[in-house]
Ligand binder design. Structure first.
Ligand SMILES: [Fe+2]
Length: 510
């Protein structure tokens, strides 16, 4: 397998990050008559209301998922929910991206680079938020099929919280060929009586569409080699040298007890090295969220960490940028915990990520894209554009933003700064306004704010992963999509790690 070197990127130069470049052709790919997804319209926020309702009135996702899974098993889905089409390959390559489905420039700016790096890949995988804002079956045409119509292989996925706001109807219709439920029953067996009653009144039920319309959309990616049919909302893919285990974390990030049993069984019986794919990451923005299982016996991350299960990495989306935490465990193994949510939705800033100081992983080992300074400068510029009339000067020039982040986190700047950079009092005042509390807002509110600040010109700061695996080596590379012409043809490598099988059979990262 070829060495995966890192050339010019945001870590080495301003041009590598995509500042001041000639824009590429991605806007010409946008569907005809397209209008950008605007979360500024309250109706879209209302379509995502099941997030708040699940938090405050009880979450019916587990029982909903059980119904879907029972339906799949009745239709003779493999009880292991395993795709074995690639199992005989000695080597494999595939793409992984998440939080894709906005259907606007944020999503389509990834397409040229993605296709460049698609050569020899067996498939593509989307780990969550396939279609915004609420996963509706009718929204798949522009936000899924047209975006990836030229990707030559099959695409598999697990749903994210947004895909669940449709009761998973759109996802199951398109990925699992499940019968479209014209008149779905509400799942009401969660919560107290009053909670069920209120939920019955305000819960968003799946929108309906016809089988014919779904077939028309599927025909956009209708070549035989593009067709994909997956067994259920959670699944495993035997890629040959590597087993991918992909879980469905629903609205709030937990998994049901049946899925937990499936995960334990598969993790303990298949002896290949494994990567977990999930919509909700376990490490994100400087905090650990190990993922609960309904039966309460252990967390999902407990299963990932158990040495006998052979996991080498866990990749989750949900937050719209790239982060990597190489976590050292007490037994000497290292598991890569990656956030790969920069696959299409409006960027969420990395400048809010605190200095990393967690058991097993410190700031020096942590990676993110975009760099915090780039993120701060870009977001502050957008704040000024949208809210400058209210808050005054907010934009922080690029070098000053990098210097401020280095000072704030007490770390050297990743990209060398010019010797003459002086942080002005004006920039310091803007910094205090732009970097407020790190309290996590509910998902839809965060995404509402993100979309309010969204932009459609370089640097876009999007990213996707390409994974290449043999029985001896596994490479994970993060490629950037900046929206620049030169990067459409040659996407920068923002991060790369390699695992090698050592003589004792364990995998070592470098
Ligand atoms: Fe998302």
């Amino acid at each position: 397998m070829a060495e995966l070197g890192m050339g010019d990127s945001s870590r080495t130069s301003r041009a590598g990050a995509g500042w001041d470049c000639e824009p590429g052709d991605f806007k010409s790919l946008l569907p005809h008559g397209h209008t950008p997804l605007s979360w500024v319209r309250p109706a879209l926020l209302f379509r995502a209301r099941n997030d708040w309702l699940a938090r405050s009135l009880g979450d019916p996702t587990n029982s909903e998922r059980r119904r879907w899974v029972a339906g799949q098993l009745a239709r003779h889905a493999d009880p292991d929910f395993m795709i074995r089409d690639f199992a005989d390959r000695p080597n494999t390559s595939f793409l992984v991206l998440a939080d894709t489905g906005e259907g606007d420039a944020s999503q389509y700016c990834l397409v040229p680079g993605l296709l460049q790096k698609a050569q020899d890949t067996a498939f593509m995988f989307i780990n969550g938020d396939v279609v915004y804002p609420s996963g509706d079956a009718v929204d798949y045409a522009d936000r899924f099929y047209r975006a990836y119509k030229d990707y030559p292989g099959p695409i598999f996925a697990v749903p994210g919280n947004h895909d669940w706001y449709d009761g998973l109807n759109g996802f199951m219709s398109h990925f699992c060929d499940a019968r479209v439920r014209e008149n779905p029953r509400r799942a009401e067996n969660t919560g107290a009586l009053w909670q069920r009653a209120v939920r019955r009144l305000v819960w968003r039920n799946p929108s309906t569409t016809s089988e014919r319309k779904i077939e028309d959309m599927q025909a956009i990616r209708g070549r035989p080699e593009q067709r994909a049919l997956q067994p259920g909302p959670y699944l495993a893919i035997d890629t040959g040298p590597l087993l991918l285990v992909a879980i469905d974390t629903g609205v709030l990030g937990d998994i049901d007890r049946d899925q937990g049993e499936w995960l334990r069984r598969l993790s303990g019986t298949v002896s290949k090295p494994k990567i977990l794919l999930t919509a909700k990451p376990f490490y994100v923005e400087g905090a650990r969220h190990p993922g609960m299982i309904e039966d309460g016996k252990e967390t999902v991350d407990d299963i990932v960490r158990a040495p006998e299960n052979g996991y080498i990495a866990a990749i989750g989306g949900d937050i719209h940028h790239y982060e990597r935490y190489p976590v050292s465990l007490e037994d000497g193994r290292v598991i890569q915990y990656i956030v790969n949510g920069g696959g299409g939705a409006g960027m969420q800033g990395t400048h809010k990520i605190p200095r990393i100081d967690l058991p097993g992983v410190k700031e020096a080992d942590f990676r993110c894209y975009p760099l915090r300074g780039d993120s701060l400068s870009r977001v502050s510029e957008m704040y000024e554009r949208r809210l400058g009339w209210l808050f005054g000067k907010l934009a922080i020039p690029l070098d000053q933003a990098a210097a401020l982040m280095a000072e704030y986190l007490d770390v050297p700047p990743v990209r060398p700064l010019g010797a003459d950079v002086v942080v002005t009092p004006e920039a310091r005042r803007a910094f205090k306004k732009v970097i407020p509390s790190r309290r996590r807002l509910p998902g839809p509110v965060r995404e509402y704010l993100t979309q309010f600040l969204d932009w459609n010109d370089p640097p876009m700061f999007k990213s996707f992963l390409r994974i290449d695996a043999s029985t001896e080596e596994i490479h994970i590379r993060c490629f950037a999509a900046t929206g620049c012409r030169k990067h459409e043809q040659n996407p920068p490598v923002e991060d790369a790690v390699k695992a090698s099988r050592s003589s004792d059979g364990n995998w070592r990262w470098s």
